[in-house]
Design a protein around this ligand. Structure first.
Ligand code: ADP
Ligand code: MG
Length: 302
């Protein structure tokens, strides 16, 4: 077990930020840690990286207890905190040397150049961190988190504020690194979860409300609702479509394209096809929309 959290509670003064949370993460899994702002994600990550102690419960990383064996935990975990705190006055290479020193690495030079290659910092390596764009600062943060080759990576909103190009580059890097490491990452971007995460843990008010593989969550039909988008070659009407068995409603999106709302578990695409045949229509396109993770998220956390 790479990460094991058992009955963790965290109370700040009067406020319970985590309420008896338990979960595990294994092997080379990439797990998305989701939840509305204030749900307790960063708090959990700070406990797992030995930055703050829990109030109750136990947590371990690679079998080492976060309260009792914090040095061992730190050797095994790489952490990119929220807002990625960096020394803006330091040069990229100088900063990485400093971090390598903290980890007592021996092969500092070669390790730094490996990190610079891996995170695509070649052209920026001689600049001051303060001169870098947000995307490149994130790469420095990732290089910092990876430099000691930890088994577990904890990334707190690693892609917040990046432009679409930077976003996909950082995502690719995470996916690549995730092949050999355990990653727990928090994010608000659902496409990111769909793209990179094997599993999703959703927290709300310090409690876990879902812990499922990404594909299972996507296919869990919220309120038995399905949507089918269908395009005919000619006009038809809402009332005619509503007569098809299983159709709850039909909305004309544009031209002869309709969005059909279905309130049954049955796949009614054959019925829609028959409907077209009976009414002398040709079906130009038809597809069943996958339930979006965003809807599941909203449903579970509202
Ligand atoms: N150092 C702190 N002192 C007091 N309250 C805190 C502290 N850090 C976080 N909190 C509170 O704990 C709750 C969870 O915060 P956080 O873990 O940062 O949530 P998330 O990362 O999911 O947005 C929030 O209500 C936040 O205000
Ligand atoms: Mg946070």
């Amino acid at each position: 077990m790479s990460i094991k959290v058992s009955n963790i509670t965290k109370i700040y003064g009067q406020q319970k930020a985590l309420d008896d949370i338990s979960f595990e993460v294994n092997g080379s899994e990439i797990v998305g840690f989701l939840g509305p702002n204030g749900a307790g994600k960063s708090t959990m990550m700070k406990i797992l990286t030995c930055f703050i102690p829990q109030t109750l419960g136990t947590a371990s990383v690679c079998g080492f207890d976060t309260s009792e064996e914090s040095i061992e935990v730190r050797k095994n975990v790489g952490y990119l905190p929220e807002h990625n705190p960096l020394y803006l006055e330091m040069y990229v290479k100088e900063y990485l040397e400093f971090i390598a020193g903290l980890h007592h690495l021996k092969n500092v030079k070669s390790r730094i150049s490996e990190m610079i290659d891996m995170t695509g910092l070649q052209l920026e390596q001689k600049k001051k961190i303060g001169a870098l764009s947000k995307g490149y600062r994130q790469r420095v943060g990732l290089a910092q988190a990876l430099i000691h080759d930890p088994k577990v990576l904890i990334l707190d909103e690693p892609t917040t504020g990046l432009d679409p190009n930077q976003l996909s580059e950082i995502r690719n890097l995470i996916t690549e690194v995730g092949k050999h490491k355990t990653i727990l990452l928090s994010t608000h971007i659902m496409q990111e979860v769909e793209a990179v995460c094997d599993r999703v843990i959703i927290v709300k008010n310090g409690k876990i409300v879902a812990n499922e593989s990404t594909s299972v969550l996507q296919n869990s039909q919220a309120e038995n609702k399905q949507f089918i988008t269908i395009e005919f070659d000619k006009e038809t009407t809402r009332n005619l479509l509503k007569n098809v068995e299983g159709v709850f409603d039909a909305k004309n999106i544009k031209g002869n394209t309709w969005q059909i709302e279905v309130r049954t578990e049955k796949d009614i695409r054959p019925e829609l096809f028959q409907f077209a045949v009976k009414n002398g229509l040709a079906v130009l396109t038809m597809h069943k929309e996958e339930q979006r993770l965003e809807d599941v998220f909203k449903q579970l956390t509202k």
